[in-house]
Write a protein that binds this ligand. Sequence first.
Ligand code: FAD
Length: 387
Amino acid sequence: MSDPERVKVVVIGAGQAGLSVAYYLRRFELVADEDFVMLDRAPGPGGAWQHRWSSLRLGTAHRVNDLPGMAELGLSFDTADRTLPAKEVVADYYGRFEQHFDLRVRRPMNVRSVVNDGADLLVSYEDLSPQPIEELRTRGFFGRRRRTYEEAGTPRHGIVTQFLVNATGTWGAPFVPYYPGMSDFTGRHVHTSDFVDAEDFRDRHVVVVGGGTSAIGFMLELEEVAAGLTWVSRRPIDWLDRQELDLEGASAAVARQDEAARSGRALPSVVSGTGVPKSRRIAAGIDRGLLVARPMFHRIEPDRVVWDGAAGGMARADAIIWATGFRPELRHLAALRLREKAGGVTVGQGASWNDPRIFLAGYGPQASTIGANRAGRMIARQIMAML
Ligand code: FAD
């Protein structure tokens, strides 16, 4: 590794949370150009949105809040073209935002570890630019393939920093629960983060697992395409009698996230706290019997999922789509030992309570596009006070 640079603030992740922090730090010149570095491993702007499937549109189910300062560019997601894929719109707007505020995001730079360096922190990252861009665009990059890059001698760099803002989101840490027989399944296991196009499942028997908007979206998209479609959920679906999330339900869910983050517990599922609103399209899906979830199956056989017990039964499966969520992506922080026995990281107001040099933007109560925005101001203020 070449000699590390020295700066005051490193932000890891240029999604909504990272950009929001960067906006406040840079726009108000709280940190000079040469004291600020932003790293992101994706090939282009857009945070996690750039990896989402093409059929996903901005709308009532997927609402992205504007970044602070976006109005200055004359941009708003509220008036964005809803006929275009959300991934394109978000990548375009975030790209223009980065340029306008001269954020100089370094990408594709994958942070491998953060360790103590005296009173400071050493951030080690690899430059993924020699890698084929299409590979970086697919989820394979996040998982097992990481090792290939190590073996290929990917260029490594280091930066020593006073403060670290970790804004790495969750997209790179998909969660799939374990069920007996999983590894014997001869069909495809597909996580939300692997989903590209409903056409990939034409004439296939598909089982969709999950109780949130992603699972519901997949059911609606696959209805006309799949040969057989089964929906299962680990919990009964908590349908709301309204078309959009109500503010009260959403704030109660955020409060639960905040409480868990402050006490260092693993974060609860957001959807279990908010319920699922019934848009007209969803209500019609329920009425025609498509959106009726079965309880979770007990095990998986090579070509089917199976329910044991009195009710019993099976459903044929060529593919199982796991819309079972994500976890905060924090493995590069492992050496800092932030994780508590209770399974989470203790975070309040976006700051680590165990290490005053570290901020977690977009974590817990900030893990929505509204929350990620708020993180910006809150974290920038705290850094300013300590600099
Ligand atoms: P991200 O957008 O994930 O950005 C994190 C960035 O960090 C990425 O660019 C990534 O490349 C980078 N990164 C990660 N690890 C590293 C590393 N080790 N080194 C370098 N860079 C790294 N929220 C809503 O409010 N409304 C919605 O409609 C909505 N829809 C969603 C749909 C799906 C399918 C999913 C999975 C989530 C959805 N969310 C939605 C939640 C949404 O992801 C967040 O609200 C918000 O976009 C997260 O922003 P973020 O900046 O925290 O993370």
